[in-house]
Design a protein around this ligand. Structure first.
Ligand SMILES: CCCCCCCCCCCC/C=C/CC(=O)SCCNC(=O)CCNC(=O)[C@H](O)C(C)(C)COP(=O)(O)OP(=O)(O)OC[C@H]1O[C@@H](n2cnc3c(N)ncnc32)[C@H](O)[C@@H]1OP(=O)(O)O
Length: 286
C-alpha cells in the first residue's frame, strides 16, 4: 500500500516536473535516480550513486520513467546508460535482499519482475550504452535491450555472476541469457558466474559491439538511427514474436516466483552468503 502511494506521488511529481521543464524548453524530465532527456533520441540515465544499485526506490523511479516514455507516442526509442562514472549498474541492491523481512523481499521482487517485464517487452527500441561495470542485475538491464554497445575498458565487466554470491539466477534471467548467447555458453557462464571483459563479452555475444570509451554514446546514437529507420509495426511484431514466450513464462507464474524468491533469500544459509559477500566488498576498500 505504502509503495503504491509512493508510486502515485512520484508519477504526479514526475509529470509536474516534466511539464515545467517542457515550458523551459528543456525537453527532459527527471526524478531523483533517473534522468530522461527527450531531445533527439531519448536517453535514460541511471544516477543512483555510488554504483547505481537497483534499490526499491530506484526500481520504482525507473519503471515510472519507462511508463512515461511508453505513453509518449513521439518516443520510439530510448538509449539506456549511466551517469555514475565507471559503473553501468551494480545490479540488484544487496541491502534490499539482506537482513529484511519476508514481506519486504516479496515487495522488492515484485518490483524487479515489473521492471524486467516492462523493459523486455517494451515496444520501443532499447539500446544500451554500457559505460561501466555491469554485473548481475546490471547485465540483466542490458540484456533487455535490443542492442548493446559497450565501452572498451578492461576494468568494466559484464555477466550474470549470481553463483559467485552464493545465490541462483532465477529462471527468467537464465532464459534471457540462453536467448542471447545460446544454451552451452549460458550454462557455463551461469555456473561459473563469469564476468566477461568487453572483448570476451563481444566474442560470446553478451554485447553486440565494443567501442572506445569516448565513442560509446555516439555509437549508441548511430545504432538508434539505423533501428529507427525500420517501420515500427513490423519491428514491434517481430520483437514480440521473439520475446513473448519468455515473458509469458514469468507472467504465468509471477506469484510462485515471488514465493520462491522470498523463501530462498530468507534462508539462513543464503543470508550468510550475502553477509560474507557484503563483507568482501567492504574489505576490498581497506
Ligand atoms: C532450484 C532453486 C532455485 C531457487 C531460485 C529462487 C530465486 C532466487 C533468486 C535470487 C537471485 C537474486 C538475483 C540477484 C541479482 C543481482 O543483481 S545481485 C547483485 C550482484 N551485484 C554484484 O555482485 C556487484 C557487487 N559490486 C561490485 O562488484 C562493485 O561494487 C562494483 C564493480 C560494481 C563497483 O566497484 P567500486 O567502484 O570499487 O565500488 P565499491 O567500493 O565496491 O562499492 C561502493 C559501495 O557500493 C556498495 N555496493 C556495491 N554493489 C552493491 C549492490 N549490488 N548493492 C548494494 N550495495 C552495493 C559497496 O558495498 C560499497 O558500499 P560502502 O561504500 O562500503 O558502504
Amino acid at each position: 500500500m505504502a509503495l503504491a502511494a509512493a508510486r502515485r506521488l512520484l508519477l504526479h511529481a514526475g509529470s509536474r516536473l516534466g511539464r515545467r521543464e517542457a515550458v523551459d524548453g528543456a525537453r527532459r524530465f527527471a526524478n531523483k535516480r533517473v534522468l530522461v532527456e527527450t531531445e533527439g533520441p531519448a536517453v535514460m540515465k541511471l544516477r543512483n550513486p555510488p554504483v547505481n544499485s537497483l534499490s526499491l526506490e530506484c526500481l520504482t523511479e525507473f519503471t515510472i520513467s519507462l511508463e512515461k516514455l511508453e505513453n509518449d507516442k513521439s518516443i520510439r526509442g530510448v538509449i539506456l546508460t549511466s551517469e555514475c562514472p565507471g559503473i553501468f549498474s551494480a545490479g540488484l541492491d544487496l541491502l534490499e535482499m539482506y537482513g529484511r523481512n519476508p514481506a519486504h523481499y516479496a515487495e522488492y521482487w515484485k518490483n524487479v519482475q515489473e521492471l524486467w517485464l516492462r523493459l523486455y517487452t517494451s515496444n520501443m527500441i532499447l539500446v544500451s550504452a554500457i559505460n561501466g561495470a555491469s554485473p548481475a542485475g546490471g547485465c540483466l538491464l542490458a540484456l533487455c535491450c535490443d542492442y548493446r554497445v559497450m565501452a572498451d575498458n578492461p576494468k568494466y565487466t559484464i555477466g550474470l555472476n549470481e553463483s559467485l554470491l552464493g545465490i541462483v539466477a532465477p529462471f527468467w534471467f537464465k532464459d534471457m541469457y540462453v536467448n542471447t548467447i545460446g544454451h552451452r555458453e549460458a550454462e557455463r557462464a551461469l555456473q561459473l558466474g563469469t564476468l566477461f571483459s568487453p572483448a570476451e563479452a563481444l566474442k560470446v555475444g553478451v554485447v553486440d559491439e565494443v567501442v572506445p570509451e569516448d565513442q560509446v554514446h555516439s555509437k549508441a546514437r548511430s545504432v538508434m538511427t539505423k533501428w529507427l529507420a525500420i517501420p515500427d509495426h513490423s519491428r514491434q511484431l517481430t520483437k514480440n514474436m521473439m520475446r513473448k514466450a519468455t515473458a509469458d513464462n514469468l507472467i504465468k507464474q509471477r506469484e510462485a516466483d515471488i514465493q520462491n524468491f522470498t523463501s530462498f533469500i530468507s534462508k539462513d544459509s543464503i543470508q550468510k552468503s550475502l553477509h560474507m559477500y557484503l563483507e568482501k566488498l567492504k574489505q576490498k576498500k581497506g
